[in-house]
Design a binder for this molecule. Structure first.
Ligand code: CP
Length: 305
């Protein structure tokens, strides 16, 4: 039995296989419509979500399976003090696979240790979000035709942004990747991520503050939201929340084939006017998220079609 806690739990070959499978499902969804007949996915969401929870549920439904779960810990026995370990033991009696989002870093890992079914980390605090990374990789690959030899800009909340941390780890496994990290001082990448980057003599990166300075040299711009829920005081959040706003005028500084990704939800960091720019790929990214989760469910359940 396998779990997915971080993108590093999958080899590069497995990542490639998953992306290929997701593209196959996207091209011919009917072929997979009964692949998970009789199977149940439990969506255990202790923290709010729209895309991840609904795309996991839609993924299982499109595979012919069913879903159970909760979207809010207050409606589960977590509100009465039940531990994650006990909850997953119980859920293992009812479901074949579980996706768990939790506000505490490491909670899905604890669940995996006590689980009788595969557990997928659907985002744990400011730590990791591996299925968002699968979505991001699939979208980069389908837009750029490759995952190597690229300069990736990551902008916004790089400190608490679990999608950023997961994506960096995954991209470090491909050749000739360089990064430009764009953030205010208060939201720079955490030291443990910088240490991982410094350990790689073949990877170059720089940290800058102005988005305008980075835009002309990027192949991919990964925008992120300044996350209100990760701040300890409202004053800091208000000061930083609109630090970056990508608009059509700034997009003129970027190359004609740079793509813009965002894990979403967005608040103000991308103006809606950018949505109609063909370089904006963030809604395509959402759709890809469902197909790659379908491929992942099949892989973890060991189902071949
Ligand atoms: N990208 C992402 O994790 O979105 P949700 O918080 O809506 O699931």
């Amino acid at each position: 039995m396998r779990h997915l806690m971080t993108p590093l739990d999958l080899s590069v070959e497995e990542l490639d296989k998953l992306m290929k499978k997701a593209e196959e499902i996207k091209a011919d969804p009917d072929k997979y419509a009964h692949a998970c007949d009789g199977k149940i996915l439990a969506a255990l969401f202790y923290e709010p979500s729209t895309r991840t929870r609904l795309s996991f549920e839609a993924a299982m439904l499109h595979l012919g399976g069913k879903t159970i779960g909760f979207a809010d810990a207050t409606s589960s026995s977590a509100a009465k003090g039940e531990s994650v370990a006990d909850t997953i033991r119980v859920v293992s009696c009812f479901a074949d696979i579980a996706a768990m989002r939790h506000f505490k870093e490491g909670a899905p890992m604890v669940a995996a240790q006590f689980s009788g079914i595969p557990v997928i980390n659907a985002g744990d605090g400011g730590h990791q979000h591996p299925t968002q990374t699968l979505t991001d990789l699939m979208t980069i690959k389908s837009s750029k035709g490759k995952l190597s030899s690229m300069k990736i800009g990551m902008c916004g909340d790089l400190k608490f942004g679990r999608t950023v941390h997961s994506l960096i780890r995954a991209l470090l496994r491909y050749e000739d990747i360089s990064f430009v990290f764009i953030s205010p001082d208060e939201l720079k990448l955490p030291d443990y991520m910088i240490e991982e980057l410094n350990a790689r003599s073949d990877v170059s990166y720089k940290e800058v503050t102005r988005l305008e300075d980075a835009l002309p040299e990027l192949d991919v711009l990964y925008m992120t939201r300044v996350q209100k829920e990760r701040f300890f005081n409202e004053e800091d959040y208000v000061r930083l929340k609109d630090y970056y706003i990508l608009d059509s005028r700034k997009m003129e500084l970027a190359s004609s084939d740079m793509i813009v990704l965002h894990p979403l939800p967005r608040v103000n960091e991308i103006s809606v006017e950018v949505d109609k720019d063909p370089r904006a790929k963030y809604f395509e990214q959402v759709l890809n998220g469902m197909y790659i989760r379908m491929a992942l469910i099949l892989m973890l359940l060991g189902i071949e079609v």
